[in-house]
Design a protein around this ligand. Structure first.
Ligand code: MRU
Length: 358
């Protein structure tokens, strides 16, 4: 049951990395070459690449690209610092940079270039395996629901935690793809995810894969949950604290609250690189604030297929635009990882401190 990305989200091309530019999706599939540290930092900041696991992998390639130009100590420090400052919430970024630092700092500059590319490739390949394992574990949840009543299993998700957000099948969508591959009928309710509309990426992915789905307005989630039209809610995460509190795209918390009220199980799907055992609780997770124009403008294509941005409110409108929220562990039934499914307070049982130190 192996999943092949229809278009690789990131790959090496000589001394450069090639990414799928997500700012143009779902309207256009364009690849972009990243040739410098600045290119990579811009790609992460502007969300040409996005999604916690992919942000981590891209940062690793960024270090490799930087080392190709200058493998000295100063250049390595600069690359690590610049990339660490791109986006604050997804801990995968820091995990990947920590891994690159651990491998490269021990080496003489002459050995760093090959080692950096090797480590970045390893992170990418491991993420593929990790997504596949999350898919296998999450599949058990969908299978159990399918056995309970006829008709498709109705899965609600938020944001995009599919293949475009990772190097593999995705996190929250990996179980959906695994179920689809097994012939289990699944219908995904995809919330739009204002303001950046990552739900449109999810709908695009699912359509391409032939998985039944409906796009819904973010505000429709409560009604559909309350009406009993959802069997399972599953989202990704950008950082899971030691106590199981989980940061994910803004709006996730409201879905978890509504799911709790409706008695619908709410799960997070996340790899080990998203677990932050050094962070005791969700209140310590840094939440990214993004640009006001994400709310004040809308993007789309005109009748001629040209990408357009329209201003929907005056540029000086006061705005607050937090990009993530924290769902407390008490609202989360379980966390689906590559090692199995854990209750949020019991993550250490799957990841003992000797495997994953804080
Ligand atoms: O701001 P984004 O689009 O990078 O946020 C992405 C999310 O919140 C995803 O749900 C999360 O990173 C999991 S991706 C497998």
């Amino acid at each position: 049951m192996s999943f092949k990305q229809p278009i690789p989200t990131i790959r090496r091309d000589g001394d450069r990395a090639v990414i799928l530019d997500q700012t143009l999706l779902p309207h256009r599939t364009e690849l972009r070459h990243l040739s410098s540290l600045d290119d990579v930092a811009h790609a992460i900041r502007s969300m040409q690449v996005r999604g916690a696991p992919l942000i981590g992998a891209t940062a690793a390639y960024g270090v490799a690209i930087a080392m190709t130009h200058d493998a000295g100590d100063r250049a390595l420090e600069t690359a690590l610092e610049v990339l660490a400052a791109t986006r604050p919430t997804a801990v995968n970024l820091h995990w990947a940079l920590g891994r690159m630092a651990a491998r490269l700092l021990a080496l003489a500059p002459v050995a760093r270039v090959a080692a950096a590319w090797d480590e970045a490739e390893a992170i990418r390949l491991e993420d593929m395996e990790t997504c596949a394992a999350i898919g296998r574990h999450g599949l058990t949840l969908i299978e159990a629901l399918a056995a309970r009543r006829p008709g498709p299993v109705r899965v609600m998700t938020h944001c995009n935690a599919g293949w475009v957000a990772t190097c593999g099948a995705g996190t929250a969508l990996a179980p959906v793809y695994a179920a689809h591959a097994r012939g289990i009928a699944v219908e995904v309710l995809v919330s739009e995810t204002r303001p950046r509309n990552q739900g449109l990426l999810t709908a695009w992915e699912l359509r391409e894969a032939g998985v039944a789905h409906s796009l819904i307005a973010d505000n429709a989630a409560g009604l559909l949950l309350a009406r009993g039209e959802v069997d399972l809610v599953i989202t990704g995460a950008d950082r899971v604290a030691a106590n199981g509190d989980s940061a994910n795209k803004i709006g996730t918390y409201l879905k978890a609250l509504a799911a709790q009220d409706a008695g619908v199980p709410f799960y997070i799907a996340a790899p080990f690189s998203t677990l932050d055992f050094a962070c005791p609780a969700g209140s310590a997770i840094p939440i990214e604030d993004r640009d006001a124009d994400e709310l004040l403008c809308v993007n789309g294509v005109d009748a001629d297929g040209h990408l357009r941005q329209l201003r929907q409110a005056p540029a000086d409108t006061a705005v607050r635009n937090p990009a993530f929220d924290v769902t407390p562990a008490r609202l989360i039934r379980g966390i689906v990882t590559e090692r199995g499914i854990a209750a949020p307070g019991a993550l250490r049982e799957l990841y003992p401190a000797e495997d994953v130190p804080a």
